[in-house]
Design a protein around this ligand. Structure first.
Ligand SMILES: Nc1ncnc2c1ncn2[C@@H]1O[C@H](COP(=O)(O)OP(=O)(O)O)[C@@H](O)[C@H]1O
Ligand SMILES: [Mg+2]
Length: 273
C-alpha cells in the first residue's frame, strides 16, 4: 500500500514523461534515396516527439525533407535508419488500423461523384472504417462549412471548398492522426486565412493530432503549438520552437506584437536553414 501511494505521488509530479502519451515518436530517423546521380540524403538524425492531440507545424525550405518526413510517419516510405513509432506501434500498424488521414495540396476529388460521395469514399474502399469509428459525413461537411453542398459536384466548387471536402474525406474514417502536406499552398491568401481558422476549430472539436507542412511562416506560427524548423541538404532539425499564443486563435491576432515577434524569430532561424 505504501509503495502504491509513493508511485501515485510520482505520477502526479511527472505526468508528461509517459511515452504512451506520444502520437508520434521518431528516433534518429535517416532517409536516403538512391538515384542515377548517386545517393541523396533526404533526412538525417531526426528526433521528434509529438504528444497526442498536439498540432505541430513543419517549416523549412523546399527540398529539406518535409514531405519525406510525413511519408515516413504515414508508412509510405521506410526509413533507412532509426525507428518510428506512431500511436504506440510501427507506422505500418497505424496505417492498417486506418488511424492516419492524409490531406495533400491537390484535393484530388473524383469529378463524377458528388461532394458527399467523395467524403464517404474511404468508407467504401479497403474494408471501410474500423468498427464504431466512422463519422457522420453530413456532420463533417457542416464542420468544414459545407452544409448545403452535399449534392454538388467538384467542378461547381472553388479551390477552397474542394480542399474543405478533402479535409472532411480525411476525417470520415475517424483517424487519430491527420497529416497535411501544404494543403492550402495553392489557395489565395484570404481563403487560406479562413481555412486556417477553420482548421483550428476542427482540431479542437475532433481532438485529432495534426502534423502540418507549410512553407509559410505565418501559417506555421498561427496553427502550431510548436513549429519544427528543418534545414536542407541533408534535412535535419534546426530548431523546435514552442508557440505561446492566446487561444482561440483568430487571424486578427497576427497584428499583435507577440505574433509579430514570433514571426521575426522564425524568419531569422529560417534564414540559417
Ligand atoms: N522518391 C524519391 N527519390 C529520389 N529523391 C527523392 C525522392 N523523394 C524525395 N527526394 C529528394 O529528397 C529531398 C527531400 O524531398 P522532399 O521531402 O520532397 O522535400 P520538401 O517536401 O521539404 O520540399 C529532395 O532533395 C528530393 O529531391
Ligand atoms: Mg514537399
Amino acid at each position: 500500500m505504501a509503495l502504491a501511494a509513493i508511485d501515485l505521488h510520482r505520477t502526479e509530479k511527472a505526468p508528461a514523461a509517459d511515452p504512451s502519451d506520444a502520437a508520434i515518436e521518431l528516433r534518429n530517423i535517416g532517409v536516403r534515396f538512391t538515384t542515377d546521380r548517386g545517393t541523396i540524403s533526404a533526412l538525417e538524425n531526426i528526433d521528434l516527439v509529438v504528444g497526442k492531440g498536439g498540432f505541430l507545424t513543419l517549416l523549412g525550405p523546399s527540398g529539406c525533407g518535409k514531405s519525406t518526413l510525413l511519408r515516413v510517419v504515414a508508412d509510405i516510405i521506410k526509413p533507412s535508419d532509426g525507428a518510428a513509432t506512431v500511436l504506440g506501434g510501427p507506422p505500418q500498424e497505424a496505417r492498417r488500423r486506418r488511424d492516419i488521414g492524409f490531406v495533400f495540396q491537390d484535393a484530388a476529388l473524383l469529378p463524377w461523384r458528388t461532394v458527399i460521395d467523395n467524403v464517404t469514399l474511404p468508407l467504401e474502399v479497403g474494408g471501410g472504417a474500423p468498427a464504431g469509428r466512422a463519422r457522420d459525413p453530413r456532420e463533417l461537411l457542416d464542420l468544414v462549412g459545407l452544409s448545403g453542398w452535399e449534392r454538388a459536384f467538384p467542378h461547381e466548387l472553388s479551390g477552397g471548398m474542394r480542399q474543405r471536402v478533402s479535409i472532411a474525406r480525411a476525417l470520415v474514417s475517424g483517424p487519430k492522426l491527420l497529416l497535411m502536406d501544404e494543403p492550402f499552398g495553392a489557395l489565395d491568401e484570404i481563403t487560406r486565412d479562413r481555412l486556417n481558422e477553420e482548421l483550428l476549430s476542427v482540431w479542437e472539436k475532433t481532438g485529432t493530432t495534426i502534423l502540418f507542412v507549410t512553407h509559410s511562416i505565418y501559417e506555421a506560427a498561427f496553427l502550431g503549438q510548436q513549429v519544427l524548423l528543418l534545414a536542407a541538404r541533408p534535412g535535419r532539425v534546426r530548431e523546435l520552437v514552442p508557440v505561446d499564443l492566446p487561444t482561440p486563435r483568430k487571424i486578427a491576432q497576427r497584428e499583435t506584437p507577440r505574433f509579430v515577434s514570433l514571426v521575426t524569430r522564425l524568419r531569422g532561424i529560417l534564414e540559417t536553414c
